[in-house]
Design a protein around this ligand. Structure first.
Ligand code: C2G
Length: 446
């Protein structure tokens, strides 16, 4: 009996896949099909897969072509499978020609002509066509624009710029660059806002009133009552209003939270997060501070994210200490906040005028999790115990700082009408509450 194996994602199953599977079966007597897990696809950069694993398994199984279906979960599994299942032929489409020649050491490798004129990504693009506006005035928007190119069915059609003339100019050919926000809302179904905190409320409100979905950098607003009003407006206009804190969408960070919930370090007693960057320090000596991000806005939500997602938002008390500019006490260069919970503590240190080690440490009764700097965009963390030999190391590919995963989640939310649960509403609310307390001078001046 000649045993054949092939692998694939088989997302939105189409006749190109079916042609491949039929010809693969015809190469032998028994066909095993390896279907990639959601995680494995994400790690190898396939972030646009629409169907979860079991839907893809069912679709392939119902064809009645495969004799057996297995799940491909990690790089290098193919060699194990070829030996484990006593495979004589490995086959895959010709778009992979040459990529699997190394398997010739274990079995015959056959590349079958790829079927022209159909692909899952084209089908995704046909089924989704979201025109995205980008609004703000920061070089960061360029990175966002570039990341949006990785998301099937999402196209940046307009750039709204407020200050920096450079931002967006180079994309004039592909997008409409304007300083008229209403014009952007005419050309889009969704808008990403990264202006400055004082400006977000008005831009979000105008977008929601026009039925445009909103993805906005945290903090979305500076007053708790504004957030309540915008949440109501989003509901009234059936719009998504989503917090754009990209750390929450990075695979390593999400896996860290799941491991903690599973008790990998026992019960958590302390969360310590530090975020500092002196990148903008020069601006604070000369620029117009009203349009700059002070530290509590620039880094507060990021640093508070793990605190509130691991320990919750019902802390008993907090103590805030800030180093602020003399000429403008609402502009902090460094802030430390200690949160006291019923059974745990947390501390964040954030700074744009003070440098420290940007790590995240979660301390538990059995061990601790260590995430090296810059933890907020990490692809790596360690779980450490008293016995260092028991250290577990985790690595999850993070392309583009997690922005493309954030955009995929935003598109899925728009299509489903359901905000993803990555950042629960009460966490977003607590960001705003703490920042509001800062502006209310509820801190010790240091
Ligand atoms: N395919 C094809 N013709 C198409 C589209 C896909 O022959 N028009 C083939 C691909 O070459 C592949 C299989 O169908 O052999 C599944 O394609 P995908 O689901 O796109 O998955 P892919 O990541 O290409 O699978 O590690 C091997 C890869 O997993 C191969």
């Amino acid at each position: 009996m000649k045993r054949v194996i092939t692998y694939g994602t088989f997302d939105l199953l189409h006749y190109g896949h079916i042609n491949l599977l039929r010809r693969a079966k015809a190469l032998g007597d028994y066909l095993i099909v390896g279907i990639t897990s959601d995680d494995f696809d994400r790690c190898r950069g396939k972030i646009n897969v629409r169907q979860p694993l079991m839907e893809r398994v069912t679709a392939v199984s119902e064809l009645g072509i495969a004799d057996e279906i297995i799940i491909e979960e990690y790089e290098g599994q193919k060699i194990n499978d070829i030996q484990k299942y006593d495979i004589q032929i490995f086959t895959v489409g010709s778009d992979w020609t040459g990529m699997f020649d190394y398997l010739n050491e274990y079995c015959q490798v056959v590349y079958l002509e790829r079927t022209k004129g159909v692909s899952s990504s084209e089908i995704r693009g046909e089924r989704r066509n979201i025109r995205l506006g980008i609004a703000g005035d920061d070089e960061y928007l360029i990175k966002f624009y570039e990341e949006s190119q990785f998301v099937n069915g999402l196209q940046v059609t307009a750039f709204y710029k407020e200050r920096l003339t450079g931002v967006g100019e180079e994309y004039k050919a592909q997008t409409y660059v304007t300083d008229n926000f209403d014009k952007v809302l005419d050309l889009t179904e969704a808008v990403y806002i990264h202006s400055y905190p004082q400006r977000h409320y008005e831009l979000i409100k105008r977008a929601l009133q026009r039925g445009v979905h909103v993805l906005c950098e945290s903090p979305m607003v500076l007053f708790p009552e504004q957030l309540t009003e915008l949440e109501e407006l989003a509901k009234e206009h059936h719009c998504i209003l989503m917090d754009a804190l990209r750390t929450a969408y990075s695979t390593a960070y999400m896996r860290l939270l799941l491991l903690l919930k599973g008790g990998i370090i026992g019960s958590v007693k302390s969360v310590d997060a530090t975020c500092t960057s002196l990148k903008h320090q020069k601006k604070f000596e000369t620029g117009d501070l009203r349009k700059e991000w002070n530290t509590i806005c620039a880094w507060g939500p990021t640093a508070m994210l793990p605190v509130f997602q691991i320990l919750g938002t019902d802390y008993k008390s907090k103590v805030m200490a800030s180093h602020v500019l003399n000429e403008d006490e609402s502009f902090d260069l460094f802030t430390k906040i200690d949160f006291i919970y019923e059974n745990a503590v947390a501390s964040i240190k954030i700074g744009q005028g003070v440098k420290s080690e940007g790590e995240l440490i979660v301390s538990g009764t059995k061990g601790y999790i260590y995430v090296p700097a810059p933890w907020w965009k990490t692809d790596y963390f360690e779980v450490r115990y008293e016995n260092l030999e028991k250290t577990k190391r985790y690595f999850y590919q993070l392309d583009g700082e997690g922005i493309r995963y954030l955009l995929v989640a935003f598109c899925k939310a728009i299509e489903s009408g359901i905000s993803p649960g990555f950042i629960r509403r009460e966490v977003t609310r607590e960001f705003v509450h703490v920042i509001h307390k800062f502006y209310g001078k509820d801190f010790y001046k240091i």
